[in-house]
Design a protein around this ligand. Structure first.
Ligand SMILES: Nc1ncnc2c1ncn2[C@@H]1O[C@H](COP(=O)(O)OP(=O)(O)O)[C@@H](O)[C@H]1O
Ligand SMILES: [Mg+2]
Length: 235
């Protein structure tokens, strides 16, 4: 389980997070929703140790992540797929996945885990030898997620994976996230502007507004609240 307690982050004079607290349970998707500029990306970056935390703590399982270097947080099996995905366009699909697995697995095991990613995302297998630069937006996003999951993270942080994708591709991605949580029992924190898609697979949802948590409730309750949807979620 991920426990975030009273987390505050500022960029100079800009207070991006103000005392954010929430928990994300293992084997479930927790959605983090909110408008542009709400602080969602900052929250994921703070969990990964990519921005300094002013106050508060992040715990994952028995470990306190706050204050650890980003590379040590990765070693705690925290995978982070940043906004816009992250692939190395000059390398092939397979080389990207190799790199994602290399820090954790030996060659033979790597091949096995890459096959698992291909099973989750069949289009990647067809394009294994193609450069990542030749992929469509949806395939690139699959590869970015594949690069994170190939090392078997226990906590997966996803920053707007559906951005710019066709609805059918988004639906496929969401289905894969459900499969990962159910099969591997991983903890997923899903940041989305596409609140409808995120709520369709999440168990719990928090809504952030101007750096503060304004709602924290079961996803189905958030999805059923028309005032809330209208106010913060745009659907
Ligand atoms: N590197 C930065 N320097 C200064 N301000 C930033 C930086 N990154 C984000 N911000 C500000 O912090 C706030 C939260 O941004 P962000 O976490 O990116 O929100 P979201 O992901 O919800 O759109 C915004 O006001 C944004 O302008
Ligand atoms: Mg963002």
């Amino acid at each position: 389980m991920l426990e975030v307690e009273d987390l505050s982050v500022s960029y100079g004079a800009v207070q991006a997070l103000r005392g954010v607290s929430f928990e994300a349970r293992a084997g479930q998707v927790t959605a983090v929703l909110g408008a542009n500029g709400a602080g969602k990306t900052t929250l994921l970056r703070a969990i990964s140790g990519l921005v300094p935390v002013q106050r508060g703590t992040v715990r994952f399982g028995s470990r306190t992540l706050t204050g650890m270097a980003p590379e040590s947080i990765v070693q705690c099996r925290v995978g982070h797929v940043p906004e816009g995905g992250s692939v190395i366009t000059e390398l092939t699909v397979e080389e990207n996945l190799e790199l994602g697995a290399a820090w954790r697995y030996r060659r033979r095991q790597r091949a096995e885990h890459i096959e698992e990613v291909y099973a989750l995302f069949p289009p990647l297998k067809e394009r294994a030898k193609q450069r990542a630069s030749s992929l469509s937006g949806g395939e690139r996003q699959m590869l970015a997620i594949g690069r994170a999951v190939v090392s078997h993270p226990e906590l997966l942080l996803l920053d707007e994976p559906s951005l710019g994708l066709a609805p059918i591709v988004t639906a496929n991605l969401m289905a894969v996230l459900v499969e990962l949580t159910e099969r591997e029992g991983i903890t997923v924190v899903l940041v989305e502007q596409n609140a409808r898609s995120a709520l369709s697979i999440a168990s719990w949802a928090i809504v952030i507004n101007l750096g503060s948590v304004v709602v924290s409730d079961r996803a189905e309750i958030v999805a059923a609240d028309s005032d809330l949807r209208h106010h913060y979620l745009g659907f």
